[in-house]
Design a protein around this ligand. Structure first.
Ligand code: FMN
Ligand code: SF4
Ligand code: SF4
Length: 304
């Protein structure tokens, strides 16, 4: 049986998970951006995995990154495949797995098993509030502190990855990790009353637009990236961006307003030269087992 795992990643967590599971099941990993030039995608493998991060706000609050949704909507002939997914997150995966299940159903397939895996421990709400009030970058927190916090989480995630492996290697079906009905009811209220207005306001500011629909503002949010004097024009940000959204002009990165908000450019810049409002609540973390060279292979391939 052939097995393929399709992944999307910004900070490397989903790539590390895809790689680990592929090793366990003796399968192959393929980056989602590398498939995006195709109009329709037929996957020959009998077992298919999708591994990607939860981005709750960026796609109409579905949790599925925009590029992942575009990819899924290109898939054909999914019937008779064993399909599983792992959504990596930082504590609030919401209904991402259920929303993925719906898209796969609409494409004629069935999500046999959908897992969530916490792989990032964000700074506390108190810390973020302080940042917002004092208008200071989260920068003050030492890299060592972030890495230590993350090491423990990654260590703990190994147990769950073994459980996921046990489940999918026996081609079991029916486990869909999602919220209870009560949690859904509460979050629907919260979404309507608080989250949507707050995020709309934030993205209107980031994208510098006044009359666009929410989803249309996301790719433009890169207008709020800035670079500081540490930038040496090395071009790594342009090489890493999974959707080729950065051009280096006169030795400086220029964002092209086709952004997936994955923050790979921000977290992988070796000079810590990228900042701006869009990343003002995000830390410069990347998965310790993922290298810049791995990230470069994630990209959209431009065919000449
Ligand atoms: C734009 C954006 C939105 C995010 N939204 C959520 C969210 O709603 N809930 C959550 O638990 N984590 C959220 N996260 C955190 C990521 O899902 C988490 O860090 C993930 O492991 C990153 O995976 P990656 O390294 O493969 O990119 C968000 C991250 C980004 C960049
Ligand atoms: S990776 Fe950093 S230092 Fe290199 S060009 Fe981009 S912003 Fe400048
Ligand atoms: S510009 Fe930066 S945040 Fe936007 S898609 Fe590229 S790497 Fe990700």
């Amino acid at each position: 049986m052939t097995k393929e795992i399709y992944y999307f990643t910004g900070t490397g967590n989903s790539l590390a998970v895809a790689r680990d599971l592929a090793n366990k099941i003796n399968g192959k990993i393929i980056s989602i951006p590398s498939m995006m030039e195709k109009e329709n995608i037929t996957i020959d493998a009998n077992m298919i995995g999708f591994v990607f991060p939860v981005y709750y706000a960026t796609n109409g609050f579905s949790g599925i990154p925009l590029i992942v949704e575009r990819f899924l909507n290109k898939l054909k002939d999914l019937d008779s495949k064993y399909i599983f997914s792992v959504c990596t997150h930082s504590g609030n995966p919401g209904d991402t797995v259920e929303n993925l299940q719906e898209i796969i159903n609409n494409r004629g397939g069935e999500l046999a098993a959908g897992f969530t895996l916490k792989l990032f421990n964000p700074p506390s709400v108190f810390y973020k509030l302080k940042t917002a009030i004092l208008r200071k970058e989260l920068e003050n927190q030492s890299n060592h502190e972030i890495q230590e916090r993350q090491k423990e989480l990654i260590e703990n995630s190994k147990n769950k990855l073994d459980i996921i492996y046990g489940y999918i290697s026996h081609k079991k079906k029916g486990l869909i990790e999602t919220r209870s009905k009560f949690a859904k009811f509460l979050s629907a209220l919260l979404l309507h009353l608080l989250i949507k207005p707050v995020f709309s306001r934030r993205y209107r500011k980031l994208s510098n637009s006044s009359n666009l629909k929410f989803k249309e503002m996301i790719p433009l949010a890169d207008k709020s990236f800035q670079i500081n004097e540490n930038c040496n024009g090395c071009g790594i940000c342009a090489k890493i961006c999974p959707v080729n959204n950065i051009k280096i002009i006169n030795n400086k990165p220029i964002w092209q307003h086709n952004c997936e908000n994955c923050f790979a450019c921000y977290v992988w810049c070796p000079q810590k030269a990228i900042n701006g409002e869009i990343v003002s609540y995000n830390e410069r973390y990347h998965h310790p087992d993922v290298k810049i060279s791995d990230m470069v292979n994630n990209k959209i391939i431009k065919r000449s």
